[in-house]
Ligand binder design. Structure first.
Ligand SMILES: NC(=O)c1ccc[n+]([C@@H]2O[C@H](COP(=O)([O-])OP(=O)(O)OC[C@H]3O[C@@H](n4cnc5c(N)ncnc54)[C@H](O)[C@@H]3O)[C@@H](O)[C@H]2O)c1
Ligand SMILES: [Zn+2]
Length: 359
């Protein structure tokens, strides 16, 4: 991992769409300059993040030589991930004279990141954007890989575009204000990546549960870098999810169903954690996953304070599996881990899933 001052970075190699993920102690004007100097900039954020970091980010962009800086902060939360918000971003961009050479900065978690990215993908048929993630989930997952989009009343992430950012600038000090339960949501995606791709990293997580629970700065940075590298590798192999990128959906088939049945009262990472446990149990039930693989993953999830299960109505959970956009033609697809550090995509007949659920 190249080291430079307070910065560590890695690259996402996608030909002319390649970019760097930079891990910094804090954001600086110097780091922003290559993206902002002489250009019309716009910062897209949410109300909570704007209160905390918009003023500082604005000042840094100014010091980095931005020609102009527009800002837009929508109300924090998934409810804002709508076409209406995208429209307001684009209309603000017009009002502030952003042109094809301008750049949008997504400042916040996955919601501002997806919004900024999607607006940048469609504004004037595509302009540059830079991710400034402030949640652990955004740092290790949503800001990397170019998936952008928004929700419809009918379901989450039903509209979107692939649009890679010009850069991902992770300022680790932003995590200081992040609530514990949001930190744990990011951790669920970290555990997911280790479980499907990297057994030694999984073992490192197991050996450092105390540091995880105390949110140790150095170990957090270590987890961010490692997970970004794993995600970058998958994105390089399969940018548009034609194949292997789908393994990143581990825990998400059941996870989305749990989120839906809870009427979104549980957080995404909580659904993913319990969803991984359910995929493990389903795999064990079908004779595809050895007991020790199941136990190791459940033990780590439990030890970190993430939920292992939810006692929602099982019939409703089953029905909710079919509303996931990744479920095709009535068949139920799951990512499973037949051994630690390796994933497979398998299709189960609905009866097997019903049987596992005790229905
Ligand atoms: N594009 C992708 O590849 C991808 C991948 C995973 C998830 N996502 C999307 O990401 C979203 C979830 O991301 P998220 O969990 O970051 O959600 P989020 O952006 O809503 O952030 C969660 C909460 O934390 C607050 N927050 C953010 N940073 C903070 C900070 N530093 N201090 C204090 N509070 C802070 C936010 O205001 C918000 O209330 C979902 O919409 C999901 O669909 C996208
Ligand atoms: Zn996820």
């Amino acid at each position: 991992m190249p080291l430079q001052g307070n910065e560590q970075y890695l690259s996402v190699g996608l030909g002319d769409r390649s970019y760097k993920i930079q891990l910094l102690d804090t954001l600086t004007a110097d780091v922003l300059r290559p993206f902002a100097e002489g250009r019309s900039c716009m910062i897209v954020s949410d109300s909570t993040v704007a209160d905390l970091y918009l003023g500082e980010t604005f000042a840094l962009l100014k010091a980095a030589g931005a020609a102009s800086i527009a800002t837009l902060a929508f109300e924090a939360g998934e409810e804002s991930k709508t076409l209406a918000t995208v429209e307001s971003i684009c209309r603000t961009a017009v009002a502030r004279h952003l042109d094809r050479k301008s750049v949008i900065f997504g400042l916040g978690g996955g919601v501002p990141g997806d919004m900024a990215g999607f607006a940048a993908a469609i504004y004037m048929r595509g302009i540059d954007f830079v991710q400034l993630p402030t949640t652990l989930l955004a740092m290790v997952d949503s800001s990397i890989g170019g998936k952008t989009g928004c929700d419809l009343p009918e379901g989450k992430n039903l509209i979107g575009a692939f649009h890679q950012p010009q850069g991902v600038l992770i300022a680790a000090d932003r995590l200081k204000t992040l609530p514990d339960e949001q930190y744990l949501c990011g951790l669920a995606e970290i555990i997911k990546c280790a479980a499907i791709m990297d057994e030694p990293f999984f073992a490192e997580l197991e050996a450092n549960v105390e540091k995880i629970r105390s949110r140790d700065d150095d170990f957090t940075r270590r987890m961010i870098l490692k997970t970004c590298a794993l995600k970058a590798k998958i994105v390089e192999m399969d940018e548009k999810e034609g194949g292997i990128r789908a393994i990143l959906n581990y825990g998400h088939t059941f996870g989305h169903a749990l989120e839906k049945v809870s009427e979104f009262s549980i957080l995404h990472g909580q659904g993913v954690a319990a969803g991984m446990c359910m995929a493990l149990e389903l795999g064990e039930h079908s004779g595809l996953i050895p007991a020790e693989v199941v136990e190791r993953q459940k033990a780590l999830i439990r030890a970190t304070g993430l939920p292992e299960k939810y006692d929602f109505n099982r019939e409703q959970v089953y029905q909710a599996l079919f509303s996931d956009k990744k479920t095709v033609g009535g068949k139920l697809r799951f990512v499973i881990t037949p051994e630690m550090g390796r994933a497979e995509i398998v299709t189960f007949p609905p009866e097997t899933v019903r049987e596992y659920l005790g229905l």
